[in-house]
Design a protein around this ligand. Structure first.
Ligand SMILES: [Zn+2]
Length: 245
């Protein structure tokens, strides 16, 4: 099937519409990574908050253990004090007294440790409060941002569907043989499958085209492709409507 001016015009129009679709698809593809990033941020804040909560629990557990240690030392000192009067020898009495002093001193040391832990708990609570506030803030903001992104995505998808209907109508005007060449070029990572001849150069790869090839393009009889980049060539001035010349 011979090429006609109208057929080439249709191919150029199809490419414009495909580029428009590509641009919308690009917008659509950009949204999920942004949603993922928002969710990752929120997860991160949540992790900080949970770590801070866990830190408090850990310190409170440590405090409890120390309190039991103090109670055990106090209990031992009390028990030994009760046994003092039963001791017969002076040496044994003195040894027991020394033991009781050691137990009391130990209890005092642990009390000091408990005071430090209580300070640590206060500090950990301040960290937890800040982390929770940060999480709530991020949660609120990301909820709004997520809604915005979902709306953006839905809007872009709607535009894509409309543009696709328009594009498919244009495709119907292109001859199957030309469409096959066009689709083949695009499938090889060249979205600009149809390129103008500009000042004797290929509009895409810029190679200098031979006069013979340019003449072939001007004839509008067959699809002519660039020897270098294999894109379909056309002379834009031949496709401009007569009234616009
Ligand atoms: Zn080229």
């Amino acid at each position: 099937m011979a090429l006609t001016k109208e057929a080439l015009q249709a191919l150029v129009a199809l490419q414009q519409k495909d580029k428009h679709l590509d641009a919308i698809q690009y917008e659509i593809d950009a949204v999920p990574p942004r949603i993922d990033a928002l969710k990752a941020d929120l997860e991160n804040e949540k992790r900080h908050m949970n770590e801070a909560k866990a830190r408090i629990l850990e310190l409170e557990k440590k405090k409890k253990t120390k309190e039991l240690d103090v109670a055990a030392q106090d209990e031992a000192a009390r028990k030994h004090s009760g046994q003092l009067n039963d001791l017969k020898s002076n040496d044994a009495y003195k040894a027991m007294q020394a033991e009781i002093e050691k137990e009391k001193a130990k209890a005092g040391d642990i009390e000091t440790e408990i005071l430090q832990i209580m300070e640590d708990i206060d500090a950990a609570k301040a960290v937890e409060k800040a982390a929770t506030a940060e999480f709530k803030k991020t949660e609120e903001f990301s909820k709004k941002d997520l809604e915005k992104l979902e709306a953006e995505l839905s809007h872009a998808k709607g535009r894509f569907e409309t543009a696709k209907v328009d594009r498919d109508a244009t495709e119907a005007a292109v001859a199957p043989s030309e469409l096959k060449v066009y689709n083949h070029i695009r499938s090889r990572g060249k979205p600009d499958a149809v390129v103008p001849v500009i000042n004797g150069h290929c509009g895409s790869c810029q190679i200098n085209l031979t006069p013979g090839l340019i003449l072939e393009v001007a004839k509008l009889k067959n699809l002519v492709t660039c020897d270098s980049c294999q894109r379909i060539l056309y002379k834009p001035e031949l496709l401009v409507p007569a009234t616009a010349q």
